[in-house]
Design a binder for this molecule. Structure first.
Ligand code: GLA
Length: 388
């Protein structure tokens, strides 16, 4: 079985776009191993769009661009496998990929067989140039079947950008993850809005089929293919990675792993965050509603009430994660109310917590947490019940 927990890996698109090559993929595979990503759980290395020639070959087959991939794709796959990683590729449900390359509409079974023959373990399947008269669900179930028929275990990463509410049907057609939104950009507003748009849908994400809110941009700092808008700060990235892992979604890194700075490397390899993301029960977080401030004046409430998000997530082995996210542009306090998480003071229970970023321990927390959370920043704790 694959994708029992959210898939983790790296994808070429966010940083490199069309500038991909055999040499780059090998270097990235080396970086994934040498810099600790593989051992932290990032196992899929995925080549996105723009890898093929502009035309199919004489037998109708997809042909890797000989300038970018002079040794063919099997050689790349073999190298990736030799480093203990899994190999991912990209096609599209339409008649051309988003970059204008041949794609799999009407060619699903041949293409899936070809991917399998190269040793592909993961297929991202995009939605550009989809014929207006065709049916989206049929296109995705057809490729899902084609992958099964290929005889190889291939993770199906369906990417139809949330068209026709994929959270309601992608699980039933056999996909392992589905893109639920448009493309991420390397700025805070973009990923904040992506996360918010899915708050009601995470309840349908779970083992074997996950809501995919797009590849991460951690570490890009305004460079690369999706660098638009205001350049991110370290706290923006802490919040991006904190949200993705707290919500238990696929963690597909998009930065250049060959030279991520220490902050981003440590952030994306944070053991507690990966433990939360990968929890085997795959439960969605529960939102703690504290509502609008009740006392007339709102002057003391510096964060707009809908931007101060607080959640508890039930994890396996009686652990819990608590996440407080300040999605506003102002510093302020965020309240987590234990009573609203099922622990009224009469229960006689609180929690022993550890801050996942600082390692700081907080024993016997009860009633409320009201930490200061800077603009665009977050606090995440992992912990256990404590009899007081
Ligand atoms: C779409 C997808 C992106 C990326 C590009 C490639 O926009 O949503 O993730 O794959 O196509 O062209």
């Amino acid at each position: 079985m694959i994708a029992m927990t959210p898939p983790m890996g790296w994808n070429s698109w966010n940083t490199f776009g069309t500038n991909i090559s055999d040499a780059l993929i090998r270097e990235m595979a080396d970086a994934m191993v040498d810099k600790g990503y593989r051992d932290a759980g990032y196992t899929y290395l995925v080549i996105d769009d723009c890898w093929s020639k502009r035309q199919r070959g004489e037998r109708g087959e997809l042909v890797p661009d000989p300038e970018k991939f002079p040794n063919g794709m099997k050689a790349v796959a073999d190298y990736v496998h030799s480093r203990g990683l899994k190999f991912g590729m990209y096609s599209c449900a339409g008649v051309m990929t988003c970059g204008g390359y041949p794609s799999s509409f009407g060619h699903e079974f041949e293409d899936a067989a070809q991917f399998a023959s190269w040793g592909v373990d993961f297929l991202k399947y995009d939605f550009c140039n989809f014929p207006s008269g065709a049916d989206c669900k049929t296109a995705y179930i057809t490729m899902s079947m084609a992958l099964k028929a290929s005889g190889r275990e291939i993770l199906f990463s369906a990417c139809n950008w949330g068209q026709q509410e994929p959270w309601k049907w992608m699980r039933s057609i056999g996909a392992h993850m589905y893109r639920s939104t448009g493309d991420i950009q390397d700025n805070f507003v973009s990923f904040r809005d992506i996360l918010r748009s899915q708050l009601d849908n995470f309840c349908m994400s779970g083992n074997c089929c996950f809501n995919d809110i797009d590849m991460l941009t951690v570490g890009m700092y305004g460079k690369g293919n999706v660098a638009l808008g205001d350049k991110c700060t370290d706290s923006d990235y802490r919040t991006q990675f904190g949200l993705w892992s707290f919500f238990g979604v696929p963690l597909m890194l998009g930065g250049d792993l060959r030279n991520m700075n220490d902050f981003c490397r440590e952030l994306t390899q944070n053991r507690d965050l990966i433990r939360i993301d990968q929890d085997r029960e795959c439960r969605p977080p529960y939102q703690i509603y504290h509502g609008r401030p009740q006392y007339g004046s709102t002057d003391w409430w510096t964060i707009p009430w809908d931007s101060a998000l607080s959640f508890i997530r039930h994890l396996s082995d009686n652990e819990f994660a608590i996440g407080l996210f300040n999605l506003s542009d102002a510093d302020g306090q965020i309240t987590f109310t234990f009573a609203n998480a099922g622990l009224p003071w009469q229960s006689g229970f609180g929690m022993d917590l550890r801050d996942v970023f600082t390692g700081e321990e907080m024993t016997s927390a009860r009633d409320y947490l009201t930490p200061e959370v800077k603009a665009h920043d977050c606090r995440i704790f992992i912990g256990r019940l404590k009899k007081l």
